[in-house]
Ligand binder design. Structure first.
Ligand code: ADP
Length: 540
């Protein structure tokens, strides 16, 4: 018979994280770019105080445990206060992606039943357009002070955040409740059909955030200053706003200024040591740094995910700038990072080309997440680094169902990710493609990610994307889009012959189209659906 353990049963709650930071690292800084421009700085102790004021103010608006509070906001200190005030009082924080189509925003606000929505001044025109279609929202709270309040004609119940909390007491007893209660909800981007809600429990977020602090994940400590460029409006900024206060790390929030120059300036002025974002952000940053012949004085590591990080960019960060790249994988349904590249001493001793190729893969699953790949019949494939199939995940921070979803997405207790991957004997997983992006040609598969990776290695190529285009004989053939680096003149023939040496002959795209830029979606990823809509016709 099992013996019961004799430990206290204290719930894992988000309020505990904030109070830990406020009491143990009370003087540690949080620096935030205001939406109207200047930098704002205070401490975890100040943040906790304002968060308690907000908790009181939300109760004053008649919200209760279980109420849902939406946010349409950048990464800034008021958003951070809301993360804790809302979830800490037993309400549910619904972060909305402002780059969703307004119809989808209306859909998710109504589906989640938001009662109050917090928004940044940038999004005042958006609020003006959607407010009338969100009947359950009783108040729209603008995350600013009185001096910067926007005029929003025709929307009733617009409140000023700073005024709202100024009137509230900073004494608030965070309630204790079941750690399995909902803390936050985030909807998928809904590229096919309506967005679906992933509802995170306190327990899931706390365990994920703890794991994010590990040396093999983000390596957070009071000596680190972390700049999450990944948005707080999508997948909780990979739980960095929770992990940093656990570790007592300085938190630097970039607000709306996400261009290469602004990020570089912030990294330097705030002595940032680690940052996190999608590859398109890092491409822009590196371009700025190279063009202006700059160096990083404190940046040691960049965590990247959301889409595949090209090996050429990994090499550049590492070899030219001494910045280590950590490449992770995760999705809305996995709370945050589920796999991460990390190196054993043997792997670190490999040649730099082999190391970069290894980091180009998405890494090992972090503790708490199990992964496997299965064939179409659901049989587990060998961990041989070449058998590819659908990636399945399970663990304490993987969803078991969608909010108000009727059918469970799980297959025998595992979540099917829709990603095609391989896993090798060392446990290293590599995403080969998304099921919807893989190119099926003559009964074989071409990985669009591998082709893009190969093209990015060309010195004149800034960005590349590949889609499958219908073909009368081969079913589909690859079509490549290339954005040239500024001042470069590379042409199609040169790209194709460059690729010939790097990928199988039958992988070489049938055509290359040069564009000024690629369509990038709400979370900084190239929108292949848009490319398919415009160019996905038929190759003759
Ligand atoms: P969406 O892209 O639809 O908004 P998510 O933001 O949840 O959805 O993104 C999850 C997807 O992003 C994964 O299923 C995977 O296809 C892709 N992804 C995430 N990280 C990586 C990575 N490091 N390499 C390749 N693809 C990735």
């Amino acid at each position: 018979m099992l013996k019961p353990g004799l430990m206290m049963d204290r719930p894992l709650l988000l309020s505990g994280i904030l109070e830990h930071a406020a009491t143990q690292f009370g003087g540690q800084e949080v620096v935030s770019r205001e939406t109207h421009g200047p930098l704002f700085r205070y401490t975890y102790a100040d943040c906790a105080k304002r968060s308690r004021q907000l908790a009181n103010a939300l109760h004053g608006l008649n919200l209760k445990e279980g109420s849902v509070v939406g946010s349409i906001a950048w990464n800034n200190h008021r958003h951070l206060e809301a993360y804790y005030a809302v979830s800490g009082s037993g309400m549910v924080m619904h972060t909305c992606n402002p780059r969703l189509h307004p119809q989808q925003l209306i859909y998710i606000i109504n589906h989640a039943e938001d009662e109050v929505v917090l928004f940044d001044i940038t999004f005042a025109p958006l609020v003006k357009g959607i407010a009338a279609h969100c009947p359950k929202v009783r108040a729209w709270v603008c995350l600013t002070e009185r001096a910067h309040m926007p005029e929003i004609e025709g929307v009733a119940h617009v409140l000023c955040y700073d005024e709202l909390i100024a009137a509230a007491s900073d004494v608030f007893e965070w309630p204790d409740f079941d750690e399995r209660s909902a803390a936050a909800i985030c909807y998928t981007s809904g590229t096919t059909g309506n967005p679906k809600g992933a509802m995170y429990s306190h327990r899931a977020i706390v365990i994920n955030a703890l794991s994010g602090c590990l040396p093999s994940v983000l390596n957070l400590s009071p000596e680190q200053a972390i700049l999450p460029v990944v948005p707080m409006f999508h997948i909780n900024a990979w739980c960095i706003p929770y992990a940093a206060p656990i570790a007592g790390a300085k938190l630097v929030l970039p607000g709306p200024k996400l261009d290469g120059a602004s990020l570089y300036e912030l990294m330097e002025s705030e002595k940032v040591t680690i940052s996190a974002g999608v590859p398109t952000i890092w491409m822009a940053l590196i371009q700025h740094v190279e063009q202006n012949k700059l160096r990083f004085s404190t940046m040691k590591c960049t965590a990247v995910g959301g889409s595949a990080m090209p090996t050429a960019l990994i090499a550049k960060f590492n070899d030219d700038f001494g910045v280590e790249v950590r490449h992770g994988w995760g999705m809305t349904e996995t709370t945050a990072v589920a796999t991460m590249s990390s190196m054993t001493p043997n792997e670190r001793a490999m040649s730099s080309a082999d190391r970069h190729a290894l980091v180009g893969k998405q890494g090992r699953s972090v503790f708490g997440v199990d992964i496997k790949v299965v064939d179409e019949a659901g049989h587990t494939l060998p961990r041989d680094g070449s058998s590819q199939g659908e990636l399945m995940v399970r663990g304490q921070w993987i969803i078991s169902g969608y909010y108000k979803g009727e059918q469970s997405p799980l297959v025998n207790g595992w979540f099917p990710t829709g990603d095609i991957a391989t896993i090798d004997a060392q446990g290293v997983m590599q995403i080969r493609d998304r099921t919807k992006d893989v190119i099926k040609t003559g009964g074989e598969w071409i990985s669009s990610i591998d082709l893009e990776n190969a093209a990015i290695a060309h010195p004149a190529v800034a960005m590349a994307a590949v889609i499958g285009v219908k073909h009368p004989k081969w079913d589909e053939r690859p079509l490549m889009f290339v954005v040239r680096k500024p001042g470069q003149t590379v042409e199609k023939e040169e790209i194709l012959s460059f690729l010939e040496g790097r990928v199988a002959k039958w992988w070489v795209p049938d055509d290359v189209i040069f564009l000024e830029s690629l369509p990038v979606g709400g979370t900084g990823k190239v929108q292949k659906a848009d490319l398919r809509k415009t160019y996905g016709g038929v190759f003759s």
